[in-house]
Structures are given as C-alpha cells and as structure tokens.
Design a protein around this ligand. Structure first.
Ligand code: ZN
Length: 303
C-alpha cells in the first residue's frame, strides 16, 4: 500500500537532510515490497519558447503565474527513478552526463547518497533517446558507465535514433540530439535488449507506448499486488501547462499533435485509476498524482 501523507513527507525530509542539500526534496515511495526513489540529475535550463511558442499567450500567462513559472526561462528538474527489490536495482533513464548542460548530469552524486554505485545497477531502462535521458549512459571517457546492467529500449525508439537518416529528417534544432544518440547507442548496443508496447521489461515493470514526445517514447507501470506507480517520463512534460491544458500542443514534443493525444489519454487513465506517478520533469520531488481541478488538472504530492 502507499504511505499516508505524513509518512511520505517525513521520508522526504529525512532523505533531504541526508543529502545535505538545503531545500533538496528527495522523494521515495514503496511499491509492494520494492522501493522507488527519485534520483535527481539536477535540472535543465531552457527558454520558455521551447515549449510555449504555439500556445495562446493570454490564456497561458495566468497558468504560469499560478504555478510560479516564468515565460522566458524554465528550469525543469530531472528526476530519474530507481527501483530496488527482488534482488534487482533498476534505473530508469541515465541522465544527461557531462556534455549536455552544466546544470544537469548530477545523478552520480545522488546515487552515491543512496549508497548505490553505477556497478550496482542491474537493469537500465530508457523512456526515450533525448540527451537528458540518454547521454549519461557513457562515462567521461566515452565508455559504457553501467557495465553490469542490462540496457532496455523500446524497439521503435531504438530504430529511430539508430537510423542514419534521422539526422536529416529531425528538425534543425534537434540535429545534435540525433548525432549524440546515435554515437552513444553504438557504444552500448551489445548491452541492449528491445521491447514493445505491453511487454514486461523486467519483473513487475510493464511498458506503455506513449508516442509523440519522440516516436517510440515509453512509460512504465511498476506493479506489485495492488500497488502501482506509473513512470511517465516526458509524456507529461511539466506540472503546470501540461496538466492545466493537456490538449495544447507543446513545442517540446517532436510530433506535437500525437504528443497531445497521448498526454490526454494517459492523464484520463491515471485520474480514473488514481495511480501515482513519477514525472521526469515534474516539480515538488517528482512523485505525486494527478487530480481533476476546476480548470484542467493539477499535480498533488499527497498520495
Ligand atoms: Zn526530458
């Protein structure tokens, strides 16, 4: 079962103190007899136009103001999920590594604070191939970092990023993403196993195809008995406008129309089933659930 609000908040405070980082919220949730931790990889620094350019500004501004967000610059957190139990240590996404942004790529410190080293990871599961999720798969010498881990990526996502023509078909602002993904995936190809929509990737972890942000983006349902948590990756890209107006097309999605359709369907399912989520770029520690609000939906951290 899920902890009550008091347990959840106490765990957050205790772990935050352990990290020695003032104001750093580290969140943890049990799933059956497994434990799921949010591991911070730092944050991104993005111009708001990256997400907002196609949205009606007059309606958008009050939503951002309510959420305490600036239009011009966003600093979304990067929340990796670490699932431990049944003899496995499963990491969802590898973070940015050292070559993407100076504010991101901090995962190793956060893992270390939990007593976890890269060699301890048994399974590394990718939501998608964008830099903030993939580039941390290599160390500073360009070698595989998680040497003992089986790596898993959705088949469609792998096919897209390893296609030599993707660099020509992707929009010009993301060409570096294509070059960077292809290079890194070549290094870990031998470690990689592929899966499809509905597959059980590792015991207790089911894949849900959630395309649009990228062609083969996957979310993951972690389930043990009656307990479940959905790791949504970037299919719900933030806790402000993506929830207040899920049907609005977001500039962060490579296929904006499909991304919006996926987001609306996923949110409806998550609200109907009251399933807690971990969102890669959601604030407030990244773990919570989605509630209906008077105006769209909202992210609440009381489980
Ligand atoms: Zn991302």
């Amino acid at each position: 079962m899920f902890p009550n609000r008091r347990d959840f908040m106490l765990q957050g405070v205790a772990a935050g103190a352990m990290m020695g980082v003032p104001g750093f919220l580290h969140a943890q949730i049990p799933v059956g007899d497994m434990t799921l931790d949010v591991v911070s990889d730092g944050h991104l620094t993005l111009p708001g136009s990256f997400i907002f350019d196609a949205m009606p500004k007059d309606e958008l501004m009050p939503i951002l103001e309510r959420a305490g967000q600036e239009y011009d610059q966003l600093t979304p957190p990067c929340n990796l999920s670490l699932l431990r139990g049944n003899g496995r240590v499963v990491l969802f996404d590898a973070g940015s590594g050292s070559e993407f942004m100076p504010t991101a790529g901090k995962m190793l410190d956060a893992l270390d604070a939990l007593g976890v080293a890269p060699d301890d990871i048994t399974d590394l599961v990718f939501t998608h191939g964008h830099p903030d999720h993939l580039w941390g798969v290599l160390d500073d010498f360009g070698d595989a970092l998680f040497t003992n881990a089986a790596h898993y990526m959705g088949q469609a996502e792998w096919d897209y990023w390893t296609d030599p023509n993707t660099v020509n078909t992707i929009d010009s602002g993301r060409q570096a993403f294509a070059i960077g993904a292809e290079r890194r995936l070549a290094v870990v190809a031998e470690q990689m196993t592929f899966f499809n929509d509905g597959d059980e990737v590792v015991p207790g972890v089911g894949a849900r195809m959630t395309p649009g942000h990228t062609p083969g983006h996957m979310a993951f349902e972690v389930r043990a008995g009656n307990s479940a948590v959905m790791i949504v990756g970037d299919s719900i890209g933030n806790d402000h406008v993506a929830l207040a107006r899920p049907a609005w097309e977001s500039g962060s999605d490579q296929d904006r129309v499909l991304g919006a359709k996926t987001r609306v369907g996923l949110i409806n399912d998550l609200v109907a089933s009251a399933t807690p989520i971990v969102g890669f770029h959601l604030g407030h520690g990244g773990i919570g659930r989605i509630d209906k609000a008077a105006d769209g939906f909202t992210f609440v951290t009381e489980l």
